[in-house]
Every structure is written in C-alpha cells, then in structure tokens.
Design a protein around this ligand. Structure first.
Ligand code: CTP
Ligand code: MG
Ligand code: K
Length: 180
C-alpha cells in the first residue's frame, strides 16, 4: 500500500527529477540570457545555458519513454499502480522542470543572489512546481489522473530529500560546484 503509493509518486516525477542532473553534466556554452542584465543584475546568470536546458529536456523525455517500455516488467514484480507517460505529459514534466529552475534563477537574481547561491525551499521545489504547471497545461487530464492528493503529498516530502542527497553526491563526485 505505502510502497505502491511512494513508487507511483516517484515514478510519475522521474522525468522531472532527471533533467536538472542532466543539465549539470551537459551545462556550459552560451547562457540563455546572453549576458543581459536588469537593474544591473544578470537576467538569469551563467548557470542557465541553452545546452543544459536542451539536454535536460531531451533526457527527461527519453527517460519517460524508457519507463513506458520497462513498466510491464516492473509492474509484474512490484504490484504498483505506475503511470504510463503520454508524449505531451513527458514534455510537460521535463521541460517544465527546466523552466521552473530557470524561473527560480530569475527570482534569485532579482533578490541579488549570485549564481550558485542557495535559497532553501526554492532550490528544492522550483522544478516540481514548473513540471506540474507545464504538465497541467500540456496534458491536463493525464496530470489530474496521475497526481492524486496522496501522491502530491509524497512528492512534496520526498523531493527535497532526494534533491539534497543527489546534489551532495554530485558535489562529492566533483560534478557540481556547490553541494546544493
Ligand atoms: N545548468 C545549465 N542549464 C540549465 C540548468 C543548469 O547549463 N538550464 C548547469 C549549469 O552549468 C549550472 C549547473 O547546471 O551551473 C547547476 O545548476 P543549478 O544549480 O541550477 O545552477 P547554478 O549554477 O546554481 O545557478 P543558479 O544560482 O542560477 O541556480
Ligand atoms: Mg545551484
Ligand atoms: K537550481
């Protein structure tokens, strides 16, 4: 029961979790804001690049399609109600996660925080909000059917924990400049 709930919630969010990590690995190159500033501060900063955003989105969508392929095998082993991703849902989750993170950087620069500065709460949930919003816009019935209140509650608790451990791991491996 609980295992099924947690498995379903995390499975549904995986295409939104992976893009940020893929962007860390693929990042670099031209920043999205092209160096532009607003009131003397960068619009987004050098941490938001075209390459990282494109790679993150592609990896997230590809992961959703791969999860659809392995789903029957997983369901046969673990009796859990795992969602099947429509292509529109996959794009909503993956691109939405990237846009949520970009939106947070826009806010951080307006608050005067430099690239890489930690803003607890915002850093851990920006991509969840972005993913859910774009998924609702692109695939409304899929999103409402998939994200039950119970699954949303699991996501709100589990995501910050997963985000903190993944980023600390990436930092220890030398893949990321800061542990958040
Ligand atoms: N990255 C990227 N494009 C994105 C998101 C991330 O290229 N859309 C890469 C960048 O190399 C970035 C790294 O992933 O430095 C880590 O991402 P994140 O922690 O989100 O960025 P920060 O560098 O911390 O910048 P910010 O303060 O704006 O969040
Ligand atoms: Mg960061
Ligand atoms: K971030």
């Amino acid at each position: 029961m609980v295992v099924s709930l947690v498995a379903g919630a995390l499975w549904a969010m995986l295409p939104a979790y992976v893009p940020n990590n893929a962007a860390v690995l693929a990042g670099g190159g031209r920043p999205i804001d092209g160096g532009r500033t607003l009131d003397g501060r960068r619009l987004l900063g050098d941490g938001k690049t075209w390459r990282g955003t494109a790679a993150g989105t592609l990896v997230g969508v590809a992961l959703a399609m791969a999860l659809n392929v392995v789903r029957p095998t997983v369901v046969a082993t673990l009796d859990a109600g795992l969602p099947v991703f429509s292509f529109r849902a996959a794009v909503g989750l993956a691109l939405g996660a990237m846009l949520g993170d970009i939106g947070a950087s826009f806010l951080k620069r307006r608050l005067g925080r430099k690239r890489g500065a930690a803003v607890p709460g915002l850093d851990q949930l920006d991509f969840v909000v972005g993913a859910l919003v774009l998924a609702v816009l692109l695939a409304p019935s899929w999103t409402f059917a998939t994200f039950s209140p119970a699954r949303l509650a699991v996501i709100l608790v589990a995501t910050p924990l997963l985000h903190v451990t993944t980023n600390a791991g990436a930092y220890l491996l030398g893949l990321k400049a800061e542990p958040w």
